[in-house]
Design a protein around this ligand. Structure first.
Ligand code: AKG
Ligand code: FE2
Length: 209
């Protein structure tokens, strides 16, 4: 696999922080949170060392493959509700703990679980959704790390049609933090594309009150 985001004359490895001004949301992007060398190594090792699964979800009573591969890791005394089922967590790996502890330096919570998504190509995606079930979205923290291809992360308000959607390109080594009531008020998605693109791995470390 070629390396992603080869540095060029104009790129630096400096962390660039952007805070998004969205009503009812607390969203921060940290580009280059992981260095290019680190990100390349993490991409390869997460790709090879994760137990990827093809999950399914019920649509009109039919079981349909999710358009991506997934894996849940975390504190194994927890179970998570995901795509209409209860899922068991795999125990944290040493590598996930290292990534988790890096991200915890940016927030004041300890994450309890992590969902990994593997988008094999442009046909893989995640449709509009809010993380966590209804009634649990008012105070959450999600630390979302990306390795591999850049995909646009779209956000739209859950109820207000007057607010514009926004799109945040999540680059190799970036960290997106969503906090507070973001999940209550805003939906997010990764759209499909017909462009020929490389794979992407995304990790969402999660904490809920
Ligand atoms: O891949 C991403 O950036 C987002 C994934 C996501 O929203 C989810 O799995 O809940
Ligand atoms: Fe999500």
């Amino acid at each position: 696999m070629d390396e992603f985001n080869q540095p060029n004359l104009f790129s630096t490895d400096q962390v660039i922080k952007t805070v998004f001004d969205l009503p009812g949301a607390h969203v921060t992007l940290l580009e280059n949170f992981f260095s290019i060398e680190e990100s390349n190594a993490l991409y390869t090792s997460l790709l090879n060392n994760t137990t990827w699964e093809q999950d399914q979800m019920a649509i009109y009573g039919k079981q349909i493959d999710l358009p991506r591969l997934t894996a849940w890791y975390g504190d194994t005394d927890l179970e998570v509700a995901y795509v209409g089922k209860t899922t068991k967590l795999r125990p944290w790996t040493a590598e996930l703990i290292k990534i988790k502890e890096r991200i915890e330096q940016e927030v004041d919570v300890k994450f309890t679980r992590c969902l990994l998504n593997y988008y094999r190509d442009g046909k893989d995606s995640v449709d509009w959704h809010q993380d966590y079930e209804v009634g649990k979205r008012k105070n959450t923290v999600i630390g979302s790390a990306t390795f591999g291809e850049t995909r646009p992360f779209q956000l739209k308000h859950a109820t207000r049609k007057d607010l514009k959607r926004i799109e945040i390109p999540l680059t190799h080594g970036s960290l997106l933090i969503m906090q507070g009531a973001t999940q209550e008020n805003w939906k997010h998605k990764i759209p499909k594309t017909t462009k020929k693109i490389r794979p992407r791995i995304n990790l969402t470390f999660r904490w809920v009150e």
